[in-house]
Design a protein around this ligand. Structure first.
Ligand code: CP
Ligand code: NVA
Length: 309
């Protein structure tokens, strides 16, 4: 069974082919207009979503299929009345694929272990692979290449998007430089960094983790940040996190430390005045809405790969 649970599980060729397919679909969406005729995607959500929910639903519709939105809060699973395993086994009898946005990566793995259809990670606390496949497509589109491109991620490094950027960037030969506060709560997971470094040795990529935002963005082609308050983080940690993360805010001044043609990326949702200032996200270097649009094209490419089309 093919799934997309973590970018660490996907061979490099799949990542590269999916990105190329996403670009091709963007140029000519009509070619896949009937590719998933009559197929159904179940979308399980334990957390909120705008982009992931809409892009998957529209992707299924535009390829002739259908998507079902299922809020886990209203499910027997969410009410503690049914196990993940039984939910997976039952849903697999009705649908062709499952996309799930859950808190725990271990729960996603359990879901996949009991499903007899492909399972797609629509974000866990640990990873966000669909986001990063779309982001790599966007970088390829804007910069014409991936290999050798330097992406600086500045802010909360103990983060699902950061983890997937490290794994995806390593697979395609990029240089990923993370600038984040010191400490386990803010640094990327050590197992992800080790895995990304192992992959980087094969692809010629570079992986750096540091604590100086200016050093991180030096010579960067892409400056990337994400919220300091991910969906799973309790509001009671806000004040402390803002205090620790403030020096890593992406400002116009910090952008000037990157290459003159550097682009600003953010997976969204963004909190203006926190992880970046308005002039950066609304400025000429920002490509955040092109990035958001590409979620739609890449979801189609992901679905087609997993459903064998
Ligand atoms: N970037 C992203 O996944 O956004 P949503 O949380 O709105 O789906
Ligand atoms: N790190 C963010 C990504 C949102 C798409 C979160 O988990 O909330």
């Amino acid at each position: 069974m093919r799934h997309l649970l973590s970018l660490a599980d996907w061979p490099r060729e799949w990542i590269e082919e999916t990105i190329e397919r996403g670009l091709q679909i963007k140029r000519d969406p009509a070619r896949v207009a009937r590719a998933l005729d009559g197929r159904v995607l179940l979308m399980l959500f334990e957390k909120p979503s705008l982009r992931t929910r809409l892009s998957f639903e529209v992707a299924m519709l535009q390829m002739g299929g259908h998507a079902i939105y299922y809020d886990l809060g209203t499910s027997p699973l969410g009410k503690g009345k049914e196990s993940l395993a039984d939910t997976a086994r039952t849903a697999s009898r009705y649908v062709d694929a499952i996309m799930a946005r859950l808190f725990r990566q271990a729960d996603l793995e359990e879901l996949a272990a009991h499903a007899s259809v492909p399972v797609i990670n629509g974000l866990t606390d640990h990873e966000h692979p669909c986001q990063v496949l779309g982001d790599l497509m966007t970088i390829r589109e804007k910069k014409g290449r991936l290999r050798g491109v330097k992406l600086a991620y500045v802010g909360d490094g103990h983060n699902n998007v950061t983890h997937s950027l490290l794994l995806g960037g390593a697979a395609v030969g990029m240089h990923v430089s993370v600038g984040c506060p010191e400490g386990q709560e803010y640094e990327p997971d050590a197992t992800v960094v080790a895995r990304a470094r192992a992959m980087a040795r094969q692809t010629g990529a570079g992986i750096e983790i540091g604590h100086d935002p200016r050093a991180a963005v030096a010579e960067a082609d892409i400056v990337y940040t994400d919220t300091w308050m991910s969906y799973h983080i309790s509001p009671k940690h806000r004040a402390e996190r803002e205090r620790r993360l403030r020096p890593f805010q992406v400002t116009a001044d910090l952008m000037r430390e990157a290459r003159p043609d550097a682009l600003f990326m953010h997976c969204l949702p963004a909190e203006r005045g926190a992880e970046m200032t308005d002039d950066v996200i609304d400025g000429p270097q920002s490509i955040v809405f092109d990035q958001a649009e590409n979620r739609l094209h890449i979801q189609k490419a992901i679905l087609l790969r997993l459903l064998g089309q």
